[in-house]
Design a protein around this ligand. Structure first.
Ligand SMILES: [Fe+2]
Length: 325
């Protein structure tokens, strides 16, 4: 388990495989992870365990006597929909993997023989996904904040970013006359806006230079990843809009949808201003935070990125009230 999980309840991860040698190898691999691991030789037995115990992640073999892994994961989905499901296939069989994803909505698949680092990372990601889903389902702002802090731990230069973005976005929403419940949605969406970064590898997030196109493509997926979980958790549409559209740009050159102008939901345009302002005024590995005046000049020059009318209100009414630490 990574240090980002320190202080949290240990995740329970179950491995299901009929081969004793496989379970022994998995036991050795996961013994120092800090996860509470269950090793189960039979899918039928595994389903009984799921009825009695909260299981965060299940890693299952496919070819097992009595029940295939695909059937097992599909049953598991109806019994415990939040449990994150990973299929392990004995062969690089794309058909089995696709069926696992279609029939049981498996999170990912991995082929045997597995690569140890790949499997450890995959389980870490699955645990993070479960944590994200249950935090979002809680409808508890404290848990949203704790989730955001977990994501920030992956990139120390963003510490406090989500709380500050939520604060700036809420102030701007109030300044333009937004009312409840939208104000709360904007605050919650802003706290959660980067939660999809939980799926971005730390070495990409922390890379102290210009990212390659491929790395940037990975980063660009974080609004979609966060949105998938937020939708599954049934969060209000305005919260989802902030998570999904906070990197859209007024001129249509943003991502993931390339929306333009007013077709970008208001809540996302508000959060984008707060996000950019905090990014510019915070220290990052590649440059020191800009002083307030310099930061506002930079924002003025970001032609086509931010909503100009909202930015004018932000400068006039919000900036004078905030202190940059
Ligand atoms: Fe983001």
């Amino acid at each position: 388990m990574s240090d980002t999980d320190a202080g949290k309840i240990a995740a329970t991860v179950m491995f299901v495989d009929d081969e004793a040698a496989v379970l022994s190898a998995l036991r050795r691999l996961f013994q120092e992870t800090g996860y509470n691991c269950i090793f189960c030789p039979s899918p039928v037995e595994a389903l009984e365990i799921v009825l009695k115990k909260k299981i965060w992640v299940v890693v299952s073999d496919n070819q097992m006597p009595g029940m295939t892994g695909i059937d097992f994961l599909s049953k598991l989905r109806s019994l415990s929909p939040d449990t994150v499901r990973i299929m392990m296939t004995a062969y690089a069989n794309l058909g089995v993997a696709i069926s696992a994803i279609n029939c049981s909505e498996a999170f990912r698949f991995i082929t045997k023989p597995w690569d140890n680092d790949e499997l450890l990372t995959l389980v870490d990601e699955a645990v993070a996904r479960y944590d994200m889903l249950t935090s979002m389902r809680s409808r508890d702002e404290l848990l949203y904040r704790s989730l955001a802090h977990t994501v920030e731990l992956k990139d120390p230069y963003t510490r406090g970013h989500c709380d500050r973005v939520a604060d700036y976005a809420e102030r701007l929403a109030v300044a333009i006359g937004v009312e409840e419940p939208l104000i709360t949605c904007i605050r919650h969406g802003s706290i959660l806006h980067d939660c999809g970064k939980i799926g971005v590898p730390e070495e990409v997030l922390n890379f102290p230079g210009k990212l390659t196109l491929e790395e940037f493509e990975i980063i660009k997926q974080h609004p979609d990843w966060g949105t998938q979980v937020a939708r599954e958790a049934g969060l209000p549409e305005a919260v989802v809009n902030v998570i999904l559209y906070h990197h859209e740009r007024i001129d249509g050159s943003g991502y993931p949808a390339g929306l333009e102008g007013a077709s970008i939901p208001l809540e996302a345009r508000i959060a984008a201003i707060a996000d950019v302002f905090d990014a510019i005024t915070s220290d990052r590995p590649y440059r020191k935070g800009n002083e307030l005046e310099g930061a506002l000049l930079i924002m003025d020059k970001l032609d086509g990125v931010l909503d100009k009318d909202l930015l004018a209100i932000f400068k006039a009414k919000v900036v004078p009230e905030i202190t940059i630490g």
